[in-house]
Design a protein around this ligand. Structure first.
Ligand code: ADP
Ligand code: MG
Length: 601
């Protein structure tokens, strides 16, 4: 290896060394710069801390200042309050002193009062104690006698009622019962004509006792007027169907005793005539008992009639039913059948026979054996009856419905037969001496005896032979054991109403006019009977002609007046009550029994 190192190599070596030094210096510079930056950061941190410390110091200083000033203010306020409390304390002690003086005074007063009460009590127990006991005994005695008087009054009232009924019967008066129905939903409809007058739903007709009705007439700007009406019986809104029927029941006993009976419901549309006569259908889910309770006079009367018949097993009775409606002044037989044997109403005529009996020609009678058969027949033909919805209620009947039950009775009773013979003998004697003559007894007249005197023409469907009907005793009747025949007529009249009130129009107007004309004909007939005019206009309407025997004849007639209680129907209610009063004034022929046996009481 050569020992000689050239200069270039030396230089290169030196450069290399220098470069190495430079690199290490640069690294050192980098390190120092990093250190420098770290020191800068630390310095900034220290400066920030110093600034924050300074700020906190200034804040604390200002807070101290604020606290010092607040303290000062609070102190002055507390001082003020203390002086106020001192003043209040002073006032309180003054008030307490006054209270103490009052309390002592009050205590003294109550002590005195208690002493006085004690004194009075001892006085009462002493001198007046006996007096007090005497008074108590007197009051008890008075109460007892009052109860006795009440009982006597009740008995007297009952006696008066019985006597009145007897008088009504003897004088041949028409009985009038009145039923005021409860307020119902359609009473609340304000009519367009009533304007600012009294509220239409105001209750103005009140059953005040069991025989009187009070009407409070309310008119705008007028003082209230009270009107009283008296009838044989008045039922209020709370009276049930049973209660109404209970008063009608005795008439059914009369039926089997030999009297003709007619029960007629009169009143304005919606006043409860059909409810009273037929009843209302309770909801389906109601029990049989409730359904029965809702039944009206017709089903209840049918049941009672068959019950009474069942109590007389020795006598034989046959019952047949007919159903007639008077619609637009025409009489329709609702049981008539067409060629196919189906029920189809047929027009019929009303005639008066030569014996003075009113009858419907070719009227259909159906034999019935119990009340449910009666109701089945009526139910099956009721759909044929003319109905029309009116503003008052949706099921308004537009015709008069007359259900008739004819009862033929035959008594095998020997005593009755003997009495029949005796009475027939007496009749014969009277007739020979012309003592018993009356226009209604034309059969006593030989000339009239031949005339046709069948009261009802029985249809082919009836198994009952047409009995010889006798409004008066006849020898033929009593000697042979011909059955006597009585008749129960149950009438549900169509409603009297103002055209404006019922809201009817068109063909229905004619219906309303026919209804109103027939009802005023009924009113005219009652007027003529009440005034005992020689001519009674029965023939002015088919209704009055058909009911002639019941209204003017010898039947027991009961008018069931149905009245709405509210101001809305006040005009119609007053009209109905007036009709009832007029009916009571009629003294028609006293009821006469159809059989000649004397009633054994
Ligand atoms: P009218 O035959 O006089 O036109 P309704 O007998 O059809 O009147 O009665 C009209 C409505 O009033 C029916 O819905 C009936 O159920 C109801 N109503 C009538 N009277 C009474 C009563 N006393 N109690 C309860 N509802 C009654
Ligand atoms: Mg009706």
């Amino acid at each position: 290896m050569p020992l000689f190192i050239n200069r270039d190599q030396m230089f290169a070596h030196q450069i290399h060394l220098l470069e190495h030094k430079l690199r290490s210096k640069e690294e050192r510079i980098l390190e120092l710069e990093t250190e420098n930056a770290i020191l800068h950061l630390r310095l900034a941190e220290c400066l920030g801390k110093l600034r924050r410390d300074h700020e906190e110091e200034t804040k604390a200083e200002s807070h101290d200042q604020l606290q010092r000033s607040t303290h000062k203010i609070t102190r002055s306020a507390v001082l003020k309050l203390l002086s106020g409390v001192q003043a209040v304390k002073q006032d309180l002690s003054e008030v307490f002193a006054v209270y103490v003086s009052f309390a002592t005074e009050l205590e003294e007063q109550s002590k005195k009062l208690l002493e006085k009460v004690e004194q009075t009590r001892s006085c009462l127990n002493g001198h007046r104690g006996d007096e007090f006991q005497d008074l108590q005994a007197h009051v008890a005695a008075l109460e007892r006698s009052l109860e006795e008087e009440r009982e006597r009054c009740r008995a007297e009232k009952q006696k008066r009622k019985e006597l009145h009924n007897m008088l009504v019967e003897l004088r041949g008066n028409i009985r009038v019962h009145c039923r005021v129905r409860p307020v119902l939903h359609f009473d609340h409809i304000q009519s367009s004509t009533s304007g600012s007058g009294p509220a239409s739903s105001e209750e103005v007709v009140h059953a005040i006792t069991d025989d009187s009705v009070m009407v409070n007439s309310l008119k705008t700007g007028m003082p209230m007027q009270n009107k009283m009406f008296e009838f044989e019986r008045v039922h209020g809104p709370e009276d049930s169907q049973d209660a109404v029927f209970e008063e009608v029941k005795p008439l059914l006993t009369s039926l089997l005793d030999g009297y003709n009976v007619c029960i007629m419901a009169y009143g304005q549309t919606g006043s409860g005539k059909t409810h009273t006569m037929m009843g209302s259908q309770p909801p389906e889910e109601h029990s049989g008992m409730q359904q029965e309770a809702q039944q009206g006079i017709i089903p209840k009367a049918a049941a009672e009639l068959f019950r009474l018949i069942s109590e007389k097993p020795a006598e034989s009775h046959t019952v047949e039913v007919s159903v007639v409606e008077v619609y637009n002044n025409e009489v329709f037989d609702l049981l008539a059948k067409n060629e196919l044997g189906n029920v189809a109403s047929h027009r019929r005529d009303v005639i008066t026979t030569s014996s003075g009996v009113t009858q419907v020609t070719s009227l259909t009678y159906e034999p019935v054996r119990n009340a449910s058969e009666v109701m089945q027949i009526i139910g099956s033909v009721l759909k044929l009856r003319a109905h029309c919805p009116t503003l008052i209620h949706t099921d308004s009947s537009r015709s008069h419905l007359i259900v008739t039950l004819n009862i033929s009775s035959k008594s095998p009773n020997a005593l009755a037969l003997a009495r029949k013979l005796q009475s027939a003998k007496m009749d014969m004697q009277r007739i020979t001496h012309k003592e018993w003559w009356s226009p209604r007894c034309r059969r006593a007249n030989p000339a009239a005896r031949n005339a046709s005197d069948k009261p009802y023409a029985s249809s082919a469907s009836s198994p009952c032979p047409s009995p010889s009907y006798s409004p008066c005793p006849s020898p033929r009747h009593s000697i042979s054991q011909t059955p006597f025949r009585t008749r129960l007529q149950l009438v549900d009249l169509a409603g009297s109403e103002c055209v404006g009130m019922s809201g009817v129009s068109g063909a229905a107007l004619w219906e309303v006019s026919c209804i109103n004309r027939s009802l005023s004909a009924l009113s005219d007939v009652l007027g003529a009977l009440a005034e005992q005019r020689p001519h009674v206009p029965y023939r002015n309407s088919k209704l009055t002609h058909l009911l002639q025997d019941a209204i003017g004849g010898d039947a027991k007639l009961l008018v069931m007046l149905c009245v709405s209680p509210t101001q809305r129907f006040i005009t119609e209610s007053l009209q109905s009550l007036g009709f009832g009063s007029r009916a009571r004034q009629v003294q028609k022929e006293p009821p006469r029994r159809k059989n000649n046996t004397l009633k054994v009481k």
